[in-house]
Design a protein around this ligand. Structure first.
Ligand SMILES: *Cc1c(COP(=O)(O)O)cnc(C)c1O
Length: 344
């Protein structure tokens, strides 16, 4: 099976497994796990922040960030398709007691005017605005990259109002590689950033939350409250370190594969990819197709290609570490086969 459902399905390589087996470990709640300590230092320095924290998942990193930046009764400004709003089980309200103020967006970018309008005035009726939330790359827009000018402008606005900015950078490295912009350039405009080790980078488990020392000290306690204080976690940090050292530059291959695939979808099938493919996610809509989305999923699965239905009338294809150029050519063959069957 060629699995294009998500980049979360990547499996640790043999080298990663060897690193896990050899990892030097200790009790990380006592801060005595040398491999975790090394990963956290390495990751912090990579994204130009003072400190970093290993968390079990992107969701845990995002939630620890909210709990650290905000108090119960505050409000966070985010776009209406943000992962934290759509896919995190309302943890923001359930655990942090924070209300979401969702705005429209274009490819992940909220308008500056609308952000400014959404920032609450000091009034006895209103919640306080505690956080501005950005997602980069933007998952539900098909992996779009937030332009650096936009990041700068949002940050300036946030500073003017003394509000912190968090970046959900689950796919931060995809953003950096695709836009040829250094990590430091991107993260200078955020107070905190979360990124995943376990998606396109290929590690089996984990994310990083990074920020200044004071922020991370507090977030460490929130992580403990969320059940994320781990003991001999070096076995999980070792593959994360390897992922950061070896698997970033190659994301360009995934982006290249996604562009090639999107072009083929538009050329050979009655599906339409209506967005610019900037990174590794393709959303293809079935509006003009003779087949419904579930039919496409089934026909492709019958031919050894796994994709997912993403919206009622959309499919998602995601490229990643475990999909080779040959696999992409094979998927294109299968798409052509399906198209012939559609035309029958
Ligand atoms: C995957 C993802 C997360 C959450 O990561 P998990 O490790 O699955 O909890 C957060 N934000 C975005 C944008 C994601 O794509």
């Amino acid at each position: 099976m060629i699995d294009l459902r998500s980049d979360t399905i990547t499996k640790p390589s043999q080298l990663m497994r060897d690193m896990m087996a050899q990892a030097v470990v200790g009790d990380d709640v006592y801060r005595e796990d040398p491999t975790i300590n090394e990963l956290e230092q390495y990751a912090a320095q990579m994204v130009g922040k003072e400190a970093a924290l290993f968390v079990t998942s992107g969701t845990q990193g995002n939630q620890a960030a909210i709990l650290t930046h905000c108090r119960s009764g505050q409000e966070a400004i985010m776009d209406e398709d943000a992962h934290v709003f759509v896919y995190e089980g309302a943890a923001i309200s359930a655990f942090a007691g924070v209300q979401s103020k969702t705005l429209h967006h274009h490819r992940g970018q909220m308008s500056l005017d609308e952000i400014e309008e959404a920032i609450r005035a000091d009034d006895v009726h209103y919640p306080e605005t505690g956080l501005i939330w950005l997602e980069n790359t933007h998952n539900r827009s098909g992996g779009s990259v937030l332009p650096i000018d936009h990041l700068r402008e949002v940050h300036q606005l946030a500073q003017k109002h003394h509000i912190p900015v968090h970046m959900d950078g689950a796919r931060l490295f995809n953003a950096s590689i695709a836009s040829n912009t250094s990590l430091h350039e991107i993260t200078q405009y955020t107070d905190s950033v979360q990124f995943c080790l376990s998606k396109g980078l290929g590690a089996p488990v984990g994310s990083i939350l990074a920020g200044d020392q004071n922020f991370i000290d507090k977030a460490r306690k929130k992580r403990k409250m969320l059940g994320g204080g781990l003991r001999q976690a070096g076995v999980l940090a070792a593959p994360g370190l390897l992922a950061l050292k070896s698997n970033i530059q190659r994301l360009a291959d995934d982006h290249h594969h996604a562009k090639r695939l999107a072009e083929a979808i538009n050329t050979y099938t009655d599906l339409s990819v209506n967005h610019t493919v900037e990174t590794n996610i393709i959303v293809a809509d079935t509006n003009h197709s003779k087949w419904s989305a579930p039919q496409w999923v089934k026909e492709m699965a019958d031919r050894g290609v796994a994709i997912i239905q993403y919206k009622p009338k959309a499919l998602r294809f995601t490229t990643h570490l475990d999909v080779s150029s040959d696999d992409i050519e094979m998927v294109i063959e299968k798409l052509k086969e399906c198209s012939r069957k559609v035309a029958e």
